[in-house]
Design a protein around this ligand. Structure first.
Ligand code: ATP
Ligand code: MG
Length: 384
């Protein structure tokens, strides 16, 4: 009895000419997560991915596959030969483990190879009859309590009794690279995760209040990046100290220091994104979550940038974000104490930043050269 895992993908099935490209990305990501756990000889086969289980622990395989974006669902299946006899025997044997006598069942057949002599409907009727005869089951098309699935391919057929729902989304690497501003708080890791879900490779940028980058490199920020690593794959984290800005900004009105600091972050981020080949910036901002995140402020903070800024959490409630963070496992790291740059800034920031004032203040501190000096202090760590 040969056991395999079959993986079905979501939207990538729809993308016509790009399909082989998406499939290859998905194969690469599945292989990365399976390494050391199961046979990573994953092959593309008639619109799905398949790999042999070879005795691998299904729980560990499942745990790994639950971290791959682009999977719609997957199943652990028994392989049969693509003929009615072999499929019938396998269906009865597999169903005997999960179906009780008298239980309403339904057999769902999909043919990837339409040359198979029976239609899907005919085959499912035949198989249903076998379950009635051999196991005393009852066929119910409307209200089955168990479903038995059969997929008929050209050279083999798969039989399984459970479909496991995957993460959906698109394979990481299929949509290009973005640079995520990562703070160490709850929101920005989730914003990064959601961009990965849409197929982006995510590099990170973190501003820290220390004198030395090494202190930030050994902080919980790296733990957060590592927690996201199964989803992201190899990535880079760039560290930049905030002291050049803080020295330059000592004399500006306290109400404006947060807005100027955020503009400083975006200006540095834009330059780093260009160097890293990232096409957009990502933040964990959410509309009106805190005083600084008003529409006026967001406009004032990102105006003048050459690069788009994505805010995937803009319309999420804090509770929804927290729930995602708990599910992914970043929450417990995000709530650990950490010296955030923003904690040294004003407690009551301006909520309606005026573009004219912002411009004047930037001239006063010579923002351009603050950005240049800070870029020289950046360090980069590769995480894999
Ligand atoms: P988070 O939970 O992500 O820290 P927040 O609710 O604390 O967000 P802010 O402090 O206003 O909100 O930060 C908004 C966004 O700005 C963050 O989500 C992050 O993308 C970016 N950001 C804030 N501080 C830093 C930092 N020190 N380094 C890099 N990015 C930062
Ligand atoms: Mg924060």
């Amino acid at each position: 009895m040969k056991r395999i895992c079959v993986i079905h993908y979501s939207e990538i099935g729809l993308k016509g000419l790009n399909r082989p490209f998406f499939e290859k990305m998905l194969v690469k990501n599945v292989r990365r997560l399976l390494s050391g756990i199961a046979d990573s000889r994953v092959k593309r086969l008639q619109g799905r991915l398949v790999f042999p289980l070879n005795g691998a622990d299904p729980n560990r395989v499942e745990e790994s596959l639950m971290k791959v974006f682009g999977i719609s669902w997957f199943a652990f299946a028994t392989v049969a030969e693509p003929n009615v006899d072999s499929i019938g025997r396998t269906v009865v044997e597999d169903a005997s483990r999960v179906v009780k006598p008298g239980e309403p069942v339904k057999v769902e057949v999909k043919r990837a190879d339409k040359r198979f002599p029976a239609t899907s409907l005919e085959l499912s009727k035949t198989l249903g009859r076998m379950l009635v005869e051999k196991l005393g089951a009852r066929v119910s098309l409307k209200n089955p309590s168990k479903k038995i699935y059969v997929e008929v391919l050209s050279r083999e057929a798969y039989v399984f009794t459970e479909k496991k729902k995957g993460l959906g989304g698109l394979p990481v690497g299929s949509s290009g690279r973005v640079l995520s501003l990562l703070s160490g708080g709850i929101d920005s890791p989730i914003a990064s995760y959601l961009m990965m879900k849409r197929g982006c490779e995510v590099s990170y940028l973190h501003f820290h209040p220390f004198h030395d980058n090494a202190e930030a490199e050994n902080s919980k920020v790296m733990e957060i990046v590592r927690r996201l690593l199964p989803y992201s794959g190899e990535t880079a984290v760039i560290f930049v100290p905030s002291y050049e800005f803080q020295i330059a900004a000592v004399n500006i009105p306290a109400k404006y220091d947060l807005i100027l600091f955020r503009r400083f972050m975006f200006r540095v981020a834009e330059r780093i994104a260009e160097a890293e080949g990232a096409r957009a910036l990502v933040t964990g901002e959410s509309l009106a979550q805190v005083a600084s995140q008003t529409l006026e402020n967001m406009a004032a903070i990102s105006s003048g940038l050459r690069i788009p800024v994505f805010r995937p959490l803009i319309a999420f409630d804090k509770e929804e974000i927290v729930n995602m963070a708990k599910k992914i496992g970043t929450y417990e790291l995000s709530i650990k104490p950490y010296r955030d740059c923003c904690s040294i800034l004003a407690r009551h920031p301006e909520t309606r930043a005026k573009p004219g004032v912002v411009k004047e203040l930037e001239k006063q501190i010579d923002m351009e050269s603050v950005v240049d000096r800070s870029l020289k202090l950046a360090s980069k760590v590769i995480v894999k």
